[in-house]
Each structure stands twice: as structure tokens, then as C-alpha cells.
Design a protein around this ligand. Structure first.
Ligand code: FPP
Length: 247
């Protein structure tokens, strides 16, 4: 799609019905690289370029929250070199983008246990969180060492602790305040979940938050995911009739 077609597509977006929270499972980096006889890390590298672009596109569309699944609790099973490559990319991303992210008034938050990341990426992530903490145009919420099941179990443990300390009464626990114990505390549930690469599954992503989220799947790999795909996802989302279990 050329620039003119992409602008035309963008003009079809109803600016009064922009999803507040878009979540993306960035998938297909490995297959993208394999098709080109490149190492898997080359796919992740190209994927990082799409992260840079899509963050900018989302911010311009006035999306308030963008959640990206960058590293799951299961990704530690990958070969050491690939994990190291992903951690290096994370550091590279923060070092090269943080000033622009700040200038664009974007706040970086994470979900997942970042204390388990190697020291350099952990420190860079903490620096990014601290430096952007007062920004309020958009939250860029990055899943790092994140798993939906892990998040729910952690929430249960924290609730039990609060019950024990008398901070909350067992009978007052409900689906609303349970959300406060998730990593996404303070962030509304995603309106739209995008998963490229042809896989039709959740892969342990935001299991609690996604109850009434609209899904958008596409066959293209994340490294090929351009702004026009993002526009298409939003236009499709805007055609959905969201009833949240009502009529
Ligand atoms: C899934 O593709 C992708 C990942 C596990 C990593 C995503 C990371 C990036 C896009 C780059 C870095 C991100 C940031 C935020 C700086 P896959 O490897 O499972 O692909 P495959 O299913 O084709 O093998």
C-alpha cells in the first residue's frame, strides 16, 4: 500500500470511536526471518522497527493505552542467544527511543516480573519508567517476563496477604477490585487485541483483562505489520457491536 492509500484508509477511522486500550501480541518474527534465511534475531530486530512505528501511530491516533507482549514467562525456554538478543534489543530500544518517547509525552509501564530480567535491561527499563512517570498522553505498557496465569496467581497471593493484614475483607473481594491486584492496576481492560502471524490463540496474554476485548487476527508477520494494518484493525473494531454480555 502506498502513502496515499494509507492516508485514505486513515481517513476512514472514526475519531470519536478510537479504542482507549489496544493490546498487541507481536508474533511471527521467527518465521519472517526463516523465510529470508536470516537468524531469528534479525526478525526481532525488524520487529523492533515496527514497535517504534506503531507506538508513534497509536499516539497520533490518541490511543490512551498500548500494551505490547514483548517477552513472556515462557520465552525463557528459548535458546540463550535468542534471549540475549531480545534483551539487547530492549536496551537498544530504550536507549534510542526514550528521548522521543518523553517528548511525545508517553509514559512507559511494564507488566510482568521485571526483577528477573538481567541487570542491564532491568536498569534501563526502570530508568524509562522513572523518567516517563509524569507523562500523560499515552501509556506504553510493555509485557516483560509476563504471563497471564502468573499474573492471576500473583494477584491471589497479594489479596490473601491483604486479607491477612486486615486491609481488605474477604467478602468485599469482587471482579472490579480484583483488577487492582493485576499488573494493569489503573489501566482499563483492552478494547482491541491484535494478533498478527496467523496464530489464533491468546498465548497466556492478559487472560483476566481480555474478557470483553474485540480480537483482530491477521496472517501477516509482525515485521511486516505496517501502519495500514493498524488502521484496518481499528476500522474493523469500529464496526463491531460491543454488548458486554447485555443486549
Ligand atoms: C514473537 O515472535 C515475538 C517475540 C517473542 C518478541 C517480540 C519482540 C520484539 C518485537 C522486539 C523487541 C520489543 C521491544 C518492545 C523493544 P516469534 O519469535 O515467536 O515468532 P515465530 O512464532 O514466527 O517463531
Amino acid at each position: 500500500m502506498n502513502k496515499k492509500e494509507s492516508i485514505e484508509l486513515k481517513s476512514k477511522i472514526d475519531i470519536n470511536n478510537i479504542p482507549s486500550h489496544v493490546a498487541i501480541i507481536m508474533d511471527g518474527n521467527g518465521r519472517w526471518a526463516k523465510e529470508r534465511f536470516l537468524p531469528r534475531t534479525a526478525g526481532h530486530q525488524e520487529g523492533m522497527k515496527r514497535v517504534i512505528e506503531i507506538v508513534e501511530v497509536a499516539e497520533k491516533l490518541n490511543i490512551k493505552y498500548l500494551s505490547l507482549y514483548a517477552f513472556s514467562t515462557e520465552n525463557w525456554k528459548r535458546p540463550k542467544e535468542e534471549i540475549e538478543g531480545l534483551m539487547k534489543l530492549l536496551v537498544q530500544y530504550i536507549r534510542s527511543e526514550l528521548n522521543k518517547i518523553c517528548k511525545n509525552n508517553i509514559r512507559i509501564q511494564t507488566m510482568g516480573d521485571i526483577s528477573k530480567l538481567p541487570e542491564t535491561p532491568r536498569k534501563e527499563v526502570e530508568r524509562a519508567i522513572e523518567k516517563t512517570k509524569n507523562n500523560n498522553k499515552m501509556v506504553l505498557n510493555i509485557g516483560l517476563n509476563y504471563g497471564g496465569r502468573d499474573e492471576i496467581v500473583r494477584a491471589v497471593k497479594n489479596i490473601l496477604e491483604d486479607v491477612k493484614m486486615g486491609k481488605i475483607n474477604e467478602k468485599d473481594i469482587n471482579t472490579k477490585n480484583f483488577s487492582n491486584y493485576l499488573y494493569t492496576n489503573g489501566i482499563p481492560d483492552p478494547d482491541l487485541l491484535i494478533r498478527p502471524s496467523g496464530e489464533l490463540r491468546l498465548s497466556n496474554f492478559m487472560l483476566y483483562q481480555i474478557a470483553y476485548t474485540e480480537f483482530w487476527f491477521s496472517d501477516i508477520y509482525w515485521p511486516d505489520f505496517k501502519e495500514e494494518h493498524f488502521y484496518k484493525a481499528i476500522i474493523d473494531y469500529q464496526k463491531r457491536d460491543r454488548r458486554f454480555g447485555g443486549i
